[in-house]
Ligand binder design. Structure first.
Ligand code: ZN
Length: 100
């Protein structure tokens, strides 16, 4: 994911997170942004907004000095290609802002 795109994504995640802190709802939060995923079984891409984010430790600095979102993204509905529920590291996701 590009750095600038990553900033946009983390900014939107952070605003959602802030909303939840304000509303004091669950630790698991849902996002309506459509993200692109790759099925690890078939290698085929798909996109969905039906996912949730867990293990969110916020934005951290990795060994390279880059700021990354330390969280796990899990799809809520089965993968259209293999029918499994996949989990992804947030920082490994394809950039949702890059042109197709
Ligand atoms: Zn799959």
């Amino acid at each position: 994911m590009h750095n600038t795109c990553y900033k946009k994504l983390t900014a939107s995640f952070t605003s959602i997170q802030n909303d939840l802190v304000v509303n004091n709802s669950s630790r698991k939060w849902n996002c309506t942004m459509v993200l692109h995923f790759n099925c690890p079984e078939t290698g085929k891409p798909f996109e969905t907004a039906d996912y949730s984010i867990s293990d969110n430790r916020g934005i951290v600095t990795n060994a390279n000095g880059d700021k990354i979102l330390d969280a796990t993204v899990m799809i809520n509905s089965p993968c259209p290609h293999c029918g499994n529920l996949h989990k992804y590291r947030a920082d490994k996701l394809a950039c949702p802002f890059s042109p197709k």
